[in-house]
Design a protein around this ligand. Structure first.
Ligand code: AOR
Ligand code: CP
Length: 332
């Protein structure tokens, strides 16, 4: 394994092998496995979990991490090809990435969607350009359309909770003041389909996930024996669900048009996950969210603080599964 960019790049068995390694490393720590190794982390967008969990994972395996956050102690960085650099950015990623890679044994990059052109973001234009600049093992720490480390951690969390592989998984749109990226919903729906689950995407009108995202998930479901469908009917979606996974995302119909997106969500404040959503369903239905989350906008306190919520476990498992990813990238 040389790159960890998308769960879809790996057969299901290899993902399960990574999860097995993660469980073994969790049970039997290997504090010297990556001694002398250096991981470079480039964050073009903010983070709490990804930043702290990669640093912790590397240190728990005996290695070191170097963190670069442009504009905060590091030069501001330009990412656009052909830019005339007479603005705030002093350095282009064309130099910054190979320089960082030259010091390190592996690199992680976070670069969110540009959110101007859906086709360009679906094609991962920005992240591909960055990946081409890096000649070391590379991890995607969230790109325009993928957050594979989050997806792997969420799979591991469901395994820990003994959620059946054929269980019902509901990915629900949740309210947010502004349009958020499609990376987490895209990776989540694909991950649950690849795990073999009955996947239901619950979303209001105007927020259907783009067809390429749904099609990729359907293909994964076909291979694993799962299924993928979408609905606006909350009660029907949640009936018998094992997991409700909430995520905020922008309207693909108004991609890059913040004013139109905002108008569309004006009447959607009831898409804040509340305990009453679960009444008709199995009391054991788990609540998941990748975090960060806006309390009482996307999810009510009563859910986040209640017994269904496994959000802290999901965040912890980021460190657990990333130890396995780093181990495979740096030791084989
Ligand atoms: C608030 C925000 O920008 N959320 C980002 C990051 C989520 C987890 N890394 C998103 O929705 O993609
Ligand atoms: N879930 C997640 O990736 O969180 P951060 O954006 O804080 O890294």
């Amino acid at each position: 394994m040389n790159r960890f960019l998308d769960l879809g790049d790996f057969p299901r068995e290899q993902v399960k092998d990574l999860l097995g390694l993660a469980a073994r490393l969790q049970q039997t720590p290997q504090p010297q496995a990556l001694a002398g190794k250096v991981l470079g982390l480039l964050f073009l967008n903010p983070s709490l979990r990804t930043l702290a969990s990669f640093q912790s994972a590397m240190m728990r395996l005996g290695g070191t991490a170097v963190v670069i956050t442009p504009g905060q102690g590091t030069w501001q960085m330009e990412t656009r090809s052909g830019a005339i650099m007479n603005g705030a950015a002093a350095e282009h990623v064309r130099e910054a990435v190979p320089v960082l890679a030259s010091y390190c044994d592996a690199i992680g990059i976070r670069m969110f969607a540009e959110h101007r052109n859906l086709a360009s973001d679906l094609a991962e234009t920005g992240f591909r350009m960055m990946a081409d600049l890096c000649d070391k093992p590379l991890v995607n720490m969230e790109s325009a359309m993928a957050h594979p480390c989050q997806a792997l951690a969420d799979w591991h969390t469901m395994d820990e909770l003994r959620v059946p592989e054929k269980g019902k998984f509901v990915l629900s749109w949740a309210n947010h003041p502004r349009a958020l990226p499609l990376a987490v919903p895209s990776s989540t729906v694909h991950m649950a389909a690849m795990r073999g689950m009955e996947v239901v995407v619950l979303r209001p009108e105007g927020f259907a996930l783009p067809e390429p995202i749904m099609e990729k998930a359907r293909q994964a479901a076909k291979a694993s024996g799962g299924s993928v469908r979408e609905t606006e009917n909350r009660a029907e979606a949640l009936d018998g669900a094992h997991v409700l996974y909430a995520k905020e995302w922008g309207s693909p119909q108004h991609y890059g048009d913040d004013a139109a997106d905002k108008r569309l969500r004006e009447d959607l404040s009831d898409w804040c996950v509340k305990e009453s959503w679960f009444r008709a369903t199995d009391p054991g239905c788990h609540f998941m969210h990748c975090l960060p989350v806006r309390r009482n906008v996307a999810v009510a306190d009563e859910v986040l603080d209640g017994p269904r919520s496994v959000v802290i476990r999901e965040a912890f498992n980021r460190m657990v599964v990333q130890m396995a990813v780093l181990y495979r990238l740096l030791r084989g």
